[in-house]
Design a protein around this ligand. Structure first.
Ligand code: NAD
Length: 256
């Protein structure tokens, strides 16, 4: 379905981003990967699906590096047709103890980076009269939890950004939507499980069960593969008129 198209997924060396990159590659899209850590392993996993893969190591907190990445993608593959804004970090602390530098980093990486990638991707999408912007928000884009002020603010912000740009592009072949996962067992969440196990002096397994039962009625983690399949649907012709949604995949989290 995505042969001849280029997808750029920020933060795609791990977790949800890598899962989505693989789902898009299975549909034939060329991939531009981004993120830190296990770069070579991620490139290998995606290339094994038989598509061309490039990597750019832009730091999503740095607008100049983001601009360089978008230019790099255009120079290698012509343009970005599917943009997945996924890179994100978390920090948990009461607001009075929240390190202002962590606040700035979360707003920059989880929210402002999507503004920069999108503003640079939209002109070519408009010319082609086709494009998909998929923002990985969170259940925390729809409801809040304590001690996550920056994350909740950024995720609510990205849902707003999604709606606004969906309206700006509503009469074109571009769609802009958000996916709002509940708990997905990735390194980002494993850190929170480990911290809970340590603080409460319980096993990691027990911490995992407590984490799920607090928020996610299904008591099951959502998987990167499931989110990848939703991204594929949003890229499909069936989703041509799906614009500005914030689609929760959260085991019932926000239904309570
Ligand atoms: P993860 O830690 O497994 O992956 C994060 C990715 O972002 C990695 O590739 C990392 O290298 C990259 N990254 C981090 N900082 C970066 C920066 N400054 N510049 C470029 N890349 C950077 O986390 P994940 O759980 O897969 O999270 C992916 C997205 O999904 C995030 O936006 C997160 O908020 C969101 N999300 C996750 C969950 C969950 O339960 N895991 C739930 C809802 C939403």
């Amino acid at each position: 379905m995505l042969q001849g198209k280029t997808a750029l997924v920020t933060g795609s060396t791990s977790g949800i981003g890598l899962g989505i990159a693989k789902s898009l590659a299975k549909q034939g899209a060329r991939l531009v990967l981004n993120g830190f850590g296990e770069v070579e392993a991620a490139k290998k996993e995606v290339a094994a699906l038989g598509v061309e893969v490039e990597y750019h190591g832009a730091d999503m907190s740095k607008p100049a590096e983001i601009a360089d990445m978008m230019q790099f993608a255009a120079s290698r593959f012509g343009q970005v047709d599917v943009l997945v804004n996924n890179a994100g970090i978390q920090h948990v602390a009461k607001v009075e103890d929240f390190d202002p530098a962590r606040w700035d980093a979360i707003i920059a990486i989880n929210l402002s980076s999507a503004f920069h990638t999108t503003r640079l991707a939209i002109p070519a999408m408009r010319k082609a009269n086709w494009g998909r912007v998929i923002n990985i928000a969170s259940a925390h884009g729809l409801v809040a939890s304590p001690e996550k002020s920056a994350y909740v603010a950024a995720k609510h912000g990205i849902v707003g950004l999604t709606k606004s740009i969906a309206l700006e592009t509503a009469e074109t072949g571009i769609t802009v939507n958000a996916i709002c996962p509940g708990w997905v067992l990735t390194p980002l969440v494993q850190k929170q499980i480990d911290a809970r196990a340590q603080n409460e002096k319980i096993s990691v397994e027990q911490a995992k069960i407590e984490l799920l039962s607090e928020k996610q009625p299904s008591l099951q983690f959502t998987t990167p593969e499931e989110l990848g399949e939703l991204a594929v649907f949003l890229c499909s012709p069936a989703a041509n008129n799906v614009k500005g949604v914030a689609w929760n995949v959260d085991g019932g989290w926000v239904a309570r």
